[in-house]
Write a protein that binds this ligand. Structure first.
Ligand SMILES: O=C(O)c1ccc[n+]([C@@H]2O[C@H](COP(=O)([O-])O)[C@@H](O)[C@H]2O)c1
Ligand SMILES: Cc1cc2nc[nH]c2cc1C
Length: 346
């Protein structure tokens, strides 16, 4: 068993001071809307009236899924490793967005069905060459799950030790929307028909087939409310490692930026292991993937951006980083009514 995760609920002791500081900025009360709530959340997580977004990083976790052999994705499995090479070469959407917005990219092989020996810049954390086919048997063993969780946790710790204050999460893995749908179904009780979507772009027949495969997979197990068991049965190595990294990042006091449907499923599993992880999470965007709205509802979160993205890789999370910077700048740099000599409310 991996060591238990120790995440304290984020302290609310500064809330009154943070709200007072925000309310005294030169604007009508509440006029910066969600940016105000974001400023309060980041100030609360960092325990300061002057929060910052230093050394933001997106970790992109990649893994393959045995269930891909059931024909549940519009693309073949080898796209996973090919896209990983694209990440390492700096040419994927996440690289371009991250470069544009000043976010570092770290690519993690959590369990891709490919040998990346010698690939420059890769974080080698492979648990195995992909999971087993969860339509037939558990996706991974308990030992593999522990390994994935612990590797994720230590990667997050390393990031914190290197000065990263904001950790964004992304993933790559053909067929991983199937795994995410299973986690949503089992952990949050969302009916499969509402939890399953088109992923990379299945047509109507493909979607019907995916639902049938997942119904068969769901019937293999009973009710599963335990995060570890759900991950073992239906997770992916990239999803489990992300969950471990989210928990490790929360332990280290970081702000977590959650991307789309698959990244959110990792948080759902992480929340089942340690509920206080949710205090650290910022929900970057609502994916176009059917089921993400229900996933966000299950997590009690509300997305900052609605851009109809359905790419993954951490793209939506990276796009939200400027909003976090903006929220911190409001607290740190905006003049108060007194400082600017502006009259307050009557
Ligand atoms: O982040 C999302 O909401 C999202 C929605 C649909 C697809 N994806 C990406 O597409 C891949 C999984 O889709 P699929 O159809 O192969 O299950 C995987 O690499 C994800 O990063 C990601
Ligand atoms: C090309 C491609 C890029 C991706 N990035 C994340 N998931 C992906 C799936 C495909 C198919």
């Amino acid at each position: 068993m991996s060591l238990p995760f120790h995440i304290m609920p984020v302290s609310t002791s500064l809330d009154a001071e943070l709200q007072h500081a925000i309310d005294n900025k030169t604007k009508p009360l509440g006029a910066l809307g969600r940016i105000e709530a974001l400023a309060l959340q980041i100030g609360r997580i960092q325990g300061t009236l002057r929060p910052t977004v230093q050394a933001p990083r997106v970790m992109v976790f990649a893994g393959d899924h045995g269930v891909a052999h059931e024909g549940v994705s519009a693309y073949p499995q080898e796209v996973t490793w090919q896209m990983v090479m694209n990440f390492l070469g700096g040419g994927a959407a996440v690289n371009v967005l991250a470069r544009t917005l000043g976010v570092a990219v770290q690519v993690v092989d959590a369990g891709v069905n490919h040998d990346f020996a010698g690939a420059p810049g890769m974080v080698h954390a492979k648990v195995a060459m992909g999971t087993r086919n969860f339509a037939l048997e558990p996706a991974m063993s308990a030992a593999q799950l522990d390994e994935a969780l612990e590797r994720g946790r230590s990667l997050a710790r390393e990031a914190a030790n290197e000065g990263c204050q904001v950790l964004a999460f992304g993933e790559m893995g053909i067929a991983n929307t199937s795994a995410a749908s299973m986690l949503l179904h089992k952990l949050a009780g969302v009916p499969l028909a509402a939890a399953v979507g088109r992923g990379t772009g299945l047509d109507d027949a493909g979607l019907r087939h995916k639902l049938q495969v997942l119904e068969r997979a769901a019937a293999r197990t009973g009710t599963l409310t335990d995060g570890r068991l759900a991950l073992q049965e239906y997770g992916g190595f990239e999803i489990a490692m992300m969950a471990g990294a989210m928990l490790g990042a929360a332990e280290a006091g970081l702000v977590l930026v959650i991307d789309g449907f698959i990244t959110s499923s990792a948080l759902l599993a992480a929340k089942a292991l340690a509920p206080a992880v949710i205090d650290h999470a910022v929900f970057a965007h609502q994916s176009a993937e059917a089921g993400h709205a229900a996933m966000l509802q299950a997590l009690g979160g509300s997305a900052l951006l609605h851009l109809d993205l359905r790419l993954g890789e951490g793209t939506g999370a990276v796009l939200a980083v400027p909003l976090l910077r903006a929220a911190c700048a409001v607290l740190c740099d905006m003049a108060s009514f007194a400082q600017a000599g502006v009259s307050g409310r009557d």
